[in-house]
Design a protein. Structure first.
Length: 147
């Protein structure tokens, strides 16, 4: 498996893609918050695929496909996990466990690639980002409680 590293990613001998500070470990929430597009222009799709979870961000003609490390799922049954978890808990559990698998650019809206395929679940880019921000803020709320 080839991980995306460095300032550029070589596509061919004559063509390289500038990574602009991103790498294979850049979280979906970091892409949504980076200003590449507004969160309202993006949709996030996820699905259980065997024992794995696949996650895609689609914004305009761009699709970013992430693999999710599902080792945290007790019985490795990703479908059972997705059916039993809230969207906010899902994002809390997986956002930091993703790795970019691939990036696609189409001549049409990337969302068409998803909606023609299997039964993906979706969440708006804004909602995904809001849930991810709640996870970051949650540890700050912990601590001694006033009487």
């Amino acid at each position: 498996m080839h991980a995306i590293r460095g300032k550029t990613e070589r596509i061919t001998d004559q063509f390289a893609l500038s990574m602009d500070g991103f790498d294979s470990r850049t979280k979906p929430s970091e892409f949504l918050n980076a200003g590449l597009w507004t969160p309202e222009e993006a949709m996030v799709f996820y699905i259980a695929s065997r024992n794995d979870i696949d996650l895609n961000i689609c914004a305009g003609p761009i699709q970013i496909y992430f693999r999710v490390d599902t080792d945290f799922i007790e019985d490795r049954d990703a479908e059972k996990y997705l059916n039993g978890v809230t969207v906010s808990q899902l994002i809390s559990d997986i956002d930091h466990r993703t790795e970019i698998d691939s990036v696609y650019s189409y001549s049409h809206p990337a969302i068409e690639q998803i909606t023609k395929a299997i039964d993906w679940k979706s969440i708006s880019g804004r909602n995904y980002l809001n849930f991810a921000r709640q996870e970051v803020a949650a540890p700050m709320k912990k601590g001694p409680q006033a009487p």
